[in-house]
Structure formats: structure tokens, C-alpha cells
Design a protein around this ligand. Structure first.
Ligand code: TMP
Length: 207
């Protein structure tokens, strides 16, 4: 089977963790040798950077953008490229579309700068499939609030998450072949049926 790189994206409280576990099980049950990872993080250095990103009280938007790409550079070099080179599939909880959504959309940083960093850090590396879990911001924020103490991103307001959502949807409209938008406001069964459909398509094309 041809190795594939899959990413899962979405705003807060859209059910990313539950569906990540579903995707992992689905692929493993179909014989895929899978590496599950996450951003920011996925490596010892990346996890330290994640701690800074989620907790530091004072952080400029520019520092934030550079830190997510610093973590990503390490992640690409240490985990993603070696796994794909070894014939494994990679499933990442978030990747560069999150930078376009959170730093580009939410923080309103220049998209062109994100593009330059993406090109420099990843070169030709892009996900083969990105599943975007989308739900109205109010629904996601209400779910996220029930999880307890908010990190630096979760503490942002409704307007911030509206911009994040709009940026994700704009990415999906720009790259319809790669980014598949899944309505996460439906039942878990309907969400997972949609996800399974996209995975089946990729599995078929990878055989
Ligand atoms: P999580 O919610 O998936 O645990 O991710 C942690 C936070 O990191 C989340 O609020 C989104 C944020 N983030 C960015 O702002 N930019 C990025 O490029 C990535 C990967 C995550």
C-alpha cells in the first residue's frame, strides 16, 4: 500500500479526539501500519514548544507563528518524513491548515508569510487527505467549556473562533480535492459514516 499522510482539523469542541480514535481504529482494522501524532508536538522538542504555546501568558502573534513552525520543522524531520519513507501511514491531529486558520484567520497574520514558512519547512510535503470537522462556533465552544480549565487558545472569544472557522472553510473551498469538510454538528454516527467514506476512497486509491 502506498504510504499516506492524513490530517484532522477543526475548531474547539468539534469532537477531534473521539474521531481521531475512530480514524486510527478504522485504518488499523484495514491493515494500515499507522503512526498517530499531533501538532503542536509529536516530538520531545515539539511537546516542549506546545507547552509554551498553550501556557505562556505573554506571546506576540509573530512569536506564536514562528513557534508553531519550529515545532513543525522538528515534527516533519523526526517523525513524518521518516515514517512515510518507511512505508507507514501518518495520522496527525492538526497540521499546517491550523496555522492558516488560527494564526492567519484568528490572529490575522499575513497569509503570504505563512505560505513562505510552509514552503521552507515542508517543501513538497502536503497531506494526502485532510478531514475538517466543522460545526457552528457556539456548539464547539459550549462543548469545550465543559472540559474545564481553558488553555491560551481556548480562552479566546467567539469572534476569534468565528475567524478560525471562516479561515478553515476558505481553505476547504480552495483545496476541495484534499480537504474534506465533515459536518460535526450531526450525530456521531453520521460524522463517522462521512469520515469512513473519505477513508475508503483513500484506501482504494492507495492499494
Ligand atoms: P489542540 O486543540 O488540537 O490540542 O491544539 C492546541 C492548540 O494549538 C489549538 O488551540 C490550536 C493551536 N494551533 C495553532 O494555533 N496553530 C497551529 O499551527 C497548530 C498546529 C495548532
Amino acid at each position: 500500500m502506498r504510504p499516506r499522510f492524513i490530517t484532522l482539523e477543526g475548531g474547539e469542541g468539534v469532537g477531534k479526539s473521539t474521531n481521531l480514535a475512530f480514524i486510527e481504529q478504522y485504518l488499523i482494522s484495514r491493515g494500515v501500519d499507522l503512526v498517530r501524532t499531533r501538532e503542536p508536538g509529536g516530538t520531545p522538542l515539539g511537546e516542549r514548544i506546545r507547552g509554551l504555546l498553550l501556557e505562556s501568558a505573554d506571546m506576540s502573534s509573530h512569536a506564536e507563528l514562528l513557534l508553531v513552525f519550529a515545532a513543525r520543522a522538528q515534527h516533519v524531520a523526526e517523525v513524518i518524513r521518516p515514517a512515510l519513507a518507511a512505508g507507514q501511514w501518518v495520522l496527525s491531529d492538526r497540521f499546517t491548515d491550523a496555522s492558516y486558520a488560527y494564526q492567519g484567520g484568528g490572529r490575522e497574520l499575513e497569509i503570504s508569510i505563512i505560505g513562505v514558512l510552509e514552503q521552507w519547512v515542508q517543501q513538497e510535503l502536503k497531506p494526502d487527505l485532510t478531514l475538517l470537522l466543522d460545526a457552528p462556533v457556539e456548539i464547539g465552544m459550549a462543548r469545550a467549556r465543559n472540559r474545564g480549565a481553558a488553555d491560551r487558545f481556548e480562552a479566546e472569544d467567539l469572534r476569534f473562533f468565528e475567524k478560525v472557522r471562516a479561515a478553515y472553510l476558505a481553505r476547504a473551498a480552495e483545496f476541495p480535492e484534499r480537504i474534506k469538510c465533515v459536518d460535526a454538528s450531526g450525530t456521531l454516527e453520521s460524522v463517522q459514516a462521512a469520515i469512513a467514506g473519505h477513508l475508503d476512497h483513500l484506501l482504494l486509491a492507495s492499494a
